[in-house]
Ligand binder design. Sequence first.
Ligand SMILES: Cc1cc2nc3c(=O)[nH]c(=O)nc-3n(C[C@H](O)[C@H](O)[C@H](O)COP(=O)(O)OP(=O)(O)OC[C@H]3O[C@@H](n4cnc5c(N)ncnc54)[C@H](O)[C@@H]3O)c2cc1C
Length: 493
Amino acid sequence: MESSPRSAVIIIGAGVSGLSAAKVLAENGIGDLLILEASDRIGGRIRKEKFGDVSVELGAGWIAGVGGKEPNPVWEIAAKLGLRTCFSDYSNARFNIYDRSGKIFPSGIAADSYKKAVDSAIQKLKGVESNSVEEATNRTDLSLTPKTPIELAIDFILHDFEMAEVEPISTYVDFGEREFLVADERGYEYLLYKMAEEFLFTSEGKILDNRLKLNKVVRGLQHSRNGVTVKTEDGCVYEADYVILSASIGVLQSDLISFRPPLPRWKTEAIEKCDVMVYTKIFLKFPYKFWPCGPGKEFFIYAHERRGYYTFWQHMENAYPGSNILVVTLTNDESKRVESQSDEETLKEAMVVLRDMFGPEIPDATDILVPRWWNNRFQRCSYSNYPMISNNQVISDIKAPVGRIFFTGEHTSERFNGYVHGGHLAGIDTGKTVVEEIRKDERQNDTQNQSFLLEPLLALTLTQADAVSSLHKCDVPTQLYLSGKLGIPEAIL
Ligand SMILES: Cc1cc2nc3c(=O)[nH]c(=O)nc-3n(C[C@H](O)[C@H](O)[C@H](O)COP(=O)(O)OP(=O)(O)OC[C@H]3O[C@@H](n4cnc5c(N)ncnc54)[C@H](O)[C@@H]3O)c2cc1C
C-alpha cells in the first residue's frame, strides 16, 4: 500500500483548471503539492486523437472569445507557443441549410428565418411571451404537416443555443466573439503540457511522480478542521492540509466521490441545479470529398423534423486540407442515444442523412470516431450549462469552499463557464485563494508559537536580562524579539 507524506495541497484532476491552480501554487513557492488524476493522461476535456492522418479534437476544439478589448489568456498562450489555428465562423451555417430532399434553402429566406428565429428564441429563453415562437415550438402535429423553414430554423437555433453554452451574452464581450479552430498536430493539449512542464516533468520529459499520479481515482474525501484525507479506488490514502477538487459538474452530480462529513445542503442543492450539457463530435472519414467547399461553406445544417438529429455539420478542409473528414455534432438526448449504440449503427444513420443531402451516389465513410463523454465516469458531461439568465448565487455556491476543500473547474467560472479559458481562469483564481489560506495559516502558526514563547515570560515578572536569557534558551534569535517584531510589550524588555 502506497503511503505518501502529507502534502500542503492535493489537486484532484489534471485538466486545464487543475493544472492552472497547480501552476499558481508552484509559482508561489508551494512546491509541496500533489495532483491525483483518474485517467491515464493529463488534459481532461482537452483531448486529441489520431484519426485518418490528422489529429482531431474530441473535446475542446475552438479557442473562443478572441478579438475583444481584453486579451483572452488562452489565446495569448496559444499565440506564444505558435499553436496553429484557423478562423472558423459557424454563423455561416445559416446559409447552408439542407432539407431532407437535399434542397438548400434559398439563402435569403434562410437568413431571414434565422434572424427572426434568433430574436424569437432569445425572447422565449428570457421568458418573454412570444406567441409565434410558442406556436412554432410547441406544435404537436409534426407528423401531419411538414415544418416550415422558420420552424426548422427555430429548431436549429434552440439546438445551437444548447451547443454554444447558454451564457449571458453581455459577459462574453470582454474577450471578443471570434473563434479559432485549433488545427495543430500537437493538439490543443500541447498548451497544457507546456503550461505544466516546469513543475510536472523532468528535463527529459518524465513525469515527476511526487507531483502527479495518474490512474488515481479519488473515491472519498474525509475532511476536518485540520486537513483532508483522500482515498483512492486502489486503496491508497493521502493526507493534505487543503484539497482543490476540479472534477466536472457531471462528476459532482454522480456518486463517484463521497464526502465525510457530507457536503452541506446549500452545496448539494447548487450542484444539482446546474444543468449539464452533453455535446458529441462524430468524425467520419471518406475516400474523397463530395461536399461543397470554399468561402462560407465550412458548416452546413441538416433540417430534420427531429430536433438535433445529425443537424450540425462541418468539413475539416480548412483545418486539414485533403483530410476528407466530416464532423457532425449532436447534443444531449441525441448524444446519449448515440453513445449507447454501436459505432456501426451510428455510421449507418449518418450515411442516410448525408445521402438525403448529397444524393445516393456518395461513397461510404471508411472510418468513424464517436467520443463518449457522457458514459465516461470521470466526465459525465461535456460542460456546465447554466440557464440563460443564470442565478449568480448558484454559481457562487458551486464555487464556495467547504472547510478545507476548494472547488474549481469551468463550472465555477462566473463569466466563462463551459470554456477552456473559463477553466483556466477558475484554476488561477482557486490557486490564489488557497495560497492566501496557506499564508494565513503560516501567520497564525507564527502567532501561536509566539504566545507559546511568551506565556512563561508573562507568568514570571522578568527583568529585561532574564527575558533575553530565557529567549536564548528557546533558541529564537533575540534580535527578532528586541526589534519588537513579535510584539513583546516594551515593559518586559
Ligand atoms: C466535446 C466538447 C467540446 C468542447 N468544445 C469547446 C471549445 O470548442 N472551446 C472551449 O473553450 N471549450 C470547449 N469545451 C469545454 C472545455 O473542454 C472545458 O470547459 C474544459 O476543458 C474543462 O476543464 P476543467 O479543468 O474544468 O475540467 P476537466 O478537463 O474535465 O478536468 C477534470 C479532470 O478531473 C479528472 N477527474 C474526474 N474525477 C476524478 C476523480 N474522482 N479522481 C481523480 N481525477 C478525477 C478528470 O479525469 C479530468 O482529467 C468542450 C468540451 C467538450 C467535452
